[in-house]
Every structure is written in C-alpha cells, then in structure tokens.
Design a protein around this ligand. Structure first.
Ligand code: ZN
Ligand code: ZN
Length: 265
C-alpha cells in the first residue's frame, strides 16, 4: 500500500509525506516549505519518526516548496533529490545552501528508484528554473502530485493517466483573482501560462481522468485570498456533475490526514 498526508498546503508552505510498503518500506517527502521546527513537529504529529525519512523530493526552488528542505535534510539525514536547474537556482541564491546535505541530481524526464518505490518526474510549465512534479509508483499503485503549473500540457496529462491517488492544484477562482487587491503584475503572473492552475482547469482535467481508478483526489495549494472550498466544489460539480466521495480539500494550516491507496483485486 501507499499512504500519504500533507503537513500544510498553500503559498505559505507545502509538504507532503508519503510512505510506501508499510513501516519498513520507504518514506519520503515531496517539498518542505515549512520552517524546520514546524515540519519536524508535524511529522511527529502524524506518528512518524523524522529520522526514518529516506528522501525529500523537491519540485522547484520557490520558498513555499524548498524553504525548509535543506534544514530538514540536515536534521534527519534524508537525501535531497532535485533537478540540476533547481540546484543551480538555489546556488545562485546561496553558495552554502546545500552544505552538509546528501544530494541526488535528477533528470526531469528520467525514472529512478528510491528504496521500494519508483519515482517518475515530469516537467511542468511554471516560472522556476527547471520545475517538475512527480508520480510515486509502488507495485501497481500510482500516486500523482501536480501543483504549481500555469497550464496543463499533453505531456503532463499523459504522465498522470493511471493514478490511484492524485494531489491536484486548485489554486484560484479567476473572477476572485481579477477582483482582488493584488497588483496587476502579480495577477498576470498567477493567471499566466507559467503561474498557477485555476479551479476550472483543474476540474476539467479531473473530468478527463478515469475516476473509476482514482481512490483519492485532494485539491491542494488553494489560494487563501482568491479561492474558497465552495468555489472549488462548484468547479468540480460543473465539470463532472457531482463531487465524488473520494474528493478532499487540503488546507494551509492542517494539510490533510493520512489517506491510503490499496491494491484493487
Ligand atoms: Zn507553490
Ligand atoms: Zn511555485
């Protein structure tokens, strides 16, 4: 089985904890944009010893994803996996950023193994140096993660075709964003092709996926200013008629609790 939980989701910090193959299997995080002390406390609150963390997969260099990664890696000994572009961007900011951390530089198209899981990165359109998102595969099970992208591409959609679980960005409602007090440049960035996925695009993607296979879908990275749970649910209803029972919302303060993917017979 695979189980996964978010320690927080949104522009103030993202961290997703994943365990595959039970307590003796592989434990990893995707991103850690939370302060290290808070991340450690939240990992423990989920019943996990932070020292048992095998690796942290980084999606890109924005602070809400990478802010706590190196500090957490130093505390836990976890290996940090990141693309060359993300690594270069980090080094431009600080030459010492990765000191004392075991790094594994990855290619944004190449599958690699990590303990008992297979990691399948894929590139996404976002305003970072070499951003990727991931599918984590264990046996027949696939958990897909897709946040921080301005638009869906055929390659992104193909990469997530056969998922059993999906964490999907529902960033903003376009009308709320247009009416917000954000400066125009920021509005354009968020709504642009290298910004963030709006509710309608995310819900449209969901409508094109095979809902029969999906055991859990979590709406993630919701804007606290330009979105609301009601707006997300309305977009889902408009795209597929109903809100499926397996649909959840992640929050900035709480993330979401453990969800489990089981092999189907
Ligand atoms: Zn983000
Ligand atoms: Zn970002």
């Amino acid at each position: 089985m695979i189980r996964f939980t978010s320690l927080g989701s949104g522009s103030e910090g993202n961290a997703l904890l994943i365990e595959a193959g039970g307590p003796r299997g592989t434990r990893l995080m995707i991103d850690c944009g939370l302060p290290v002390r808070q991340a450690l406390a939240r990992i423990e609150a989920r019943g996990i010893d932070p020292k048992g963390l095998d690796a942290i997969l980084v999606t890109h260099e924005h602070g809400d994803h990478i802010g706590g990664v190196m500090g957490l890696a130093r505390k836990t000994g976890a290996t940090v996996c990141l693309t060359r572009g993300t690594h270069a961007a980090l080094h431009t900011r600080s030459a010492e950023a990765c000191n004392g951390v075991t790094l594994r530089l990855i290619d944004s198209h190449d599958v690699f193994e990590l303990g008992c899981v297979e990691i399948r990165p894929f590139p996404v359109p976002h305003d970072a140096r070499e951003p990727v998102q991931y599918v984590v595969a264990y046996g027949e099970l696939r958990l897909g993660v897709l946040t921080d992208l301005g638009m869906l591409t055929p390659h992104v959609e193909r990469s997530l075709e056969d998922c059993d679980g999906l964490v999907l960005e529902f960033n903003h409602d376009p009308d709320l964003l247009a009416q917000s007090t954000y400066p125009d440049s920021l509005k354009q960035r968020i709504a642009g092709r290298y910004g963030h996925l709006c509710n309608r695009d995310a819900a449209g993607f969901l409508a094109r996926l095979s809902l029969d296979r999906l055991q859990h879908v979590v709406a993630a990275h919701l804007s606290q200013s330009n979105n609301s749970p009601e707006h997300v649910l309305t977009a889902v209803r408009e795209a597929i008629g109903v809100v499926p029972d397996c649909f959840y919302l992640a929050t900035q303060a709480e993330g979401f609790d453990w969800l489990t993917l089981q092999p189907t017979l």
